[in-house]
Design a binder for this molecule. Sequence first.
Ligand code: G3H
Ligand code: ZN
Length: 283
Amino acid sequence: PLVSMKEMLEKANANSYAVGQFNINNLEYIQAILQAAEDEKSPVILGVSEGAGKYMGGFGVVVAMVKATMEAQGTTVPVAIHLDHGSSFEACAKAIHAGFTSVMIDASHDPFEENIATTSKVVELAHIHGVSVEAELGTVGGQEDDVSGSIIYADTQECKELVERTGIDCLAPALGSVHGPYKGEPNLGFKEMEEINTVAGVPLVLHGGTGIPTKDIQKAISYGTSKINVNTENQIQQTKVVREVLAANPDMIDPRKYLGPSRDAIRETVISKMREFGSSNKA
Ligand code: G3H
Ligand code: ZN
């Protein structure tokens, strides 16, 4: 069923595993990720950036594709449709009204009081509709659509205050993670994560899940991380297969012949992440 992230993440938090957010770009992503979740008996979060939503024809199209695919594939595991890095109250409101079950309001680039004000407005609307809300503090490195920036760590006191004053359901404290591949080994602020976990009172979210070694994934989960976002890894694996198939078959023009095998690559990548995050057999 389509559900919010709230119960999913509280269960994960209480049982020391993390639910993956896997970003979608088209129908093949939806099919592959939902099939992986069903195969693994895992809860799953479909992440939709504003750019990806636009690409697919709007939030309404996204919700319709996800619902129809769940029905066609006989999906029984819990699924959330989540707006990733929502840039404004308006974007979150559009997603909520289109039928998203979860939104992220990313006002982390605004001054703290503005972040609180915008996030509070989103929570008020979202909770009326039974929709969960994620907010961010600090700055994730690298690029996500047109969002870019250098790394600034989330402040522990601000994390506590943001949760208390807004009523968000989960918190993404930026602690050195990066969107896209890491240059060398990631260097995550685990001391800070541990501190934030003791004061936040809500499950934590780790952005930039591509390229984080298993030992760091496990450490993050032990410090209250209950949701891990993965986008780039699926794109790398999918595109690798498209390139290989087209290189081996220069005359190929049927999109099903190269998108089909690349869809399998997404499913396999998602399955391995679910096992790594410990969410398999937790649906
Ligand atoms: O919000 C999406 C993510 O944080 C994805 O990060 O592309 O590095 O896996 P990634
Ligand atoms: Zn992110």
